[in-house]
Design a protein around this ligand. Structure first.
Ligand code: SF4
Ligand code: SF4
Length: 327
C-alpha cells in the first residue's frame, strides 16, 4: 500500500475493444487515453504475466509521480493509498463488438451501419476462464458490457452466467432491450447485475423514428419482465434510459408517456442524458443552453421526484443543468 496518483483501471482494469485491449475506455479528456495493453488483438490467447508486467510498469511510474501524458485531465485519477500488494483484475469493460439489433439515429454505428454490422468480433470466454482459473479476478470492482448489443453475442449467456457463478458481484449491461436475456434475469435476481435499457421514447412512433426498428412493444414487454425479477425495491437494477435529442423527442408529452411506462412496468430508476454531438457543439462554440431544454430538464427532475423514481444523470445532462441548481 502507498499513497500516489493513479486510477483503478491502471491498477486493476482491462478494456476489450474490437481489435485491441487497452487499460480503460476513456478518451474524451485532454490526454485522450488509449493506453494500449495489446494492439492487433483478435481473441488469441494472452500472456497474463505480460499484461500484469505492463500494468506494473505504469504503477511504478505513477509511484514516482510520472503520470502518463495520455491520462492528463482524466477524472479517474486520484491521489490515495492503492491496493497494490497483489496483482489482480476487478474492472473489466467489454466493448469489442459493434453489431446491434437497433439502429439509433444518434449512434456512431449509424454513420456506416452496414460495415459495423459485419465487423468481426472475437470470443472472450477462453481468456476470462483462464483469468478466473489463475485466481487473478477479485470481486469489488465492476464488469460492464457496452458494445454493440451484448445480448446478441453468441457467448453472452454463458459469459454472464459464468461471471455470476464465479464471484463477479457488480455487472452492468447496456442493452437495446429488444432481445430478452435469461442470464440478465439471473443477474437481476441475484442482485449482482444491473441492466440499463435504451428507451429514448414514450410512444411507438418516436421509438421507431429513433431506433429505426419497430420493437416498441417488445422493448416494454422485456422491461416489464426484467423489472419483475428485481428482488428488492431498494435496489435499482433495472433502468430505462432516455437520451434527449433536441427537436426530436424533447416534448413534455413524450417524457410523460415514457415516465408512465416506467411506472406501469415496475421500473424504479431512470437514466437521463442529452445527445452527445449536440452538447459537444454547445461546449465547443460556447453557445447558450436553449431555455426550452433547460426547462424540460427541470420538468423531468420534478416529475421523477413526484413519481418517486430514482434519477441517474449522465454527464451531458449534468453539464446542461449544472449552473441552474435543479437537482
Ligand atoms: S487515468 Fe483515465 S485515461 Fe488513464 S488509464 Fe486511468 S481511466 Fe484511463
Ligand atoms: S442500442 Fe446502442 S449500440 Fe445499438 S444502435 Fe442504439 S446506441 Fe448504437
Amino acid at each position: 500500500m502507498g499513497e500516489y496518483t493513479s486510477c483503478h483501471w491502471i491498477q486493476h482494469g482491462l478494456n476489450f475493444e474490437n481489435d485491441h485491449i487497452e487499460m480503460c475506455c476513456l478518451c474524451c479528456h485532454k490526454g485522450g487515453g488509449r493506453l494500449y495493453i495489446k494492439e492487433n488483438y483478435h481473441g488469441k490467447n494472452v500472456n497474463w504475466n505480460e499484461i500484469f508486467k505492463l500494468k506494473q510498469k505504469f504503477i511504478d511510474e505513477n509511484k514516482q509521480g510520472i503520470v502518463d501524458k495520455r491520462c492528463e485531465g482524466c477524472f479517474n485519477l486520484y491521489n490515495k493509498s492503492w491496493d497494490d500488494d497483489e496483482q489482480f483484475i476487478n474492472y473489466i469493460h467489454f466493448n469489442h463488438w459493434t453489431n446491434c439489433n437497433s439502429d439509433c439515429i444518434y449512434c456512431y454505428t449509424s454513420w456506416d451501419k452496414e460495415n459495423y454490422q459485419k465487423k468481426p468480433h472475437y470470443n472472450v470466454m477462453p481468456i476470462i476462464k483462464e483469468l478466473f482459473k489463475k485466481k487473478q479476478f477479485r470481486p469489488g470492482g465492476e464488469i460492464t458490457f457496452a458494445g454493440g448489443e451484448p445480448t446478441i453475442l453468441k457467448e453472452f449467456e454463458e459469459l454472464v452466467n459464468f461471471l455470476l457463478k464465479h464471484g463477479a458481484d457488480r455487472i452492468t449491461v447496456h442493452s437495446s432491450g429488444i432481445k430478452y436475456s435469461k442470464a440478465i434475469e439471473n443477474g437481476i435476481k441475484s442482485k449482482k447485475l444491473s441492466v440499463c435499457l435504451s428507451a429514448d421514447a414514450g410512444t411507438r412512433e418516436m421509438f421507431k423514428r429513433i431506433k429505426r426498428v419497430d420493437k416498441f412493444d417488445k422493448f416494454w414487454e422485456n422491461t416489464k419482465k426484467y423489472a419483475k425479477a428485481q428482488a428488492d425495491d431498494s435496489i435499482y437494477n433495472v433502468e430505462t434510459k432516455f437520451i434527449l435529442i433536441p427537436e426530436v423527442n424533447t416534448t413534455k408529452d413524450e417524457i410523460d408517456k415514457w415516465l408512465d411506462l416506467n411506472i406501469q412496468s415496475g421500473v424504479k430508476s431512470i437514466v437521463i442524458d442529452i445527445e452527445n454531438d449536440f452538447c459537444r457543439d454547445l461546449r465547443a462554440k460556447n453557445l447558450e443552453k436553449p431555455k426550452y431544454l433547460v426547462d424540460l430538464c427541470a420538468y423531468i427532475i420534478q416529475k421523477a421526484k413526484e413519481l418517486n423514481l430514482n434519477l441517474v444523470d449522465y454527464n451531458n445532462f449534468r453539464y446542461l443543468v449544472s449552473e441552474y441548481e435543479l437537482m
